[in-house]
Design a protein around this ligand. Structure first.
Ligand SMILES: [Cu+2]
Length: 136
């Protein structure tokens, strides 16, 4: 089920996107091909309207680039975008959001991150972790 957050109250937070994107790329490079879910936290991309955008791709039985944890500011709007080569459900634990994805398609889940903690996102039917959101 898709949910809608209120994406209008963060309009002033789009500045510094370039730096954030550069940081994200640097962090991704630093992680390299290591598939372990270490303690490293990546910053999501931030859209012009301040939405924290987390993109995950699942293909060939694994998460592309390995399992990663994203640091999300408490109170921000999150848009989780999951591309998958298999049909399943994307489940955001803690917030208990579910969204179906069909094979070869993309689904997105949008919610306000108003509950602090570390939350798993998984392919529900397979019980496979996709990513973690650290909300603080
Ligand atoms: Cu689950």
């Amino acid at each position: 089920m898709r949910t809608r957050g209120n994406g209008t109250i963060f309009g002033s937070r789009g500045r510094g996107r370039g730096l954030l994107a550069a940081t994200l790329v640097a962090a991704a490079l630093a992680l390299g091909g290591c598939g372990a879910a270490g303690t490293a936290r990546l910053a999501p991309a931030v859209t012009a309207d301040g939405v924290q955008r987390v993109e995950v791709a699942f293909a060939g039985g694994v998460v592309t680039g390995g399992l990663r944890r994203y640091a999300v500011p408490l109170g921000s709007t999150v848009e989780l975008v999951v591309a998958s080569d298999v049909a399943d459900e994307v489940h955001v634990h803690g917030y208990d959001r579910l969204s179906y994805v069909t094979a070869g398609a993309t689904t997105s889940v949008r919610f306000v991150a108003d509950l602090p903690g570390v939350f798993d996102v998984e392919l529900e039917q397979r019980g496979l972790p996709l990513t973690q959101l650290e909300i603080a």
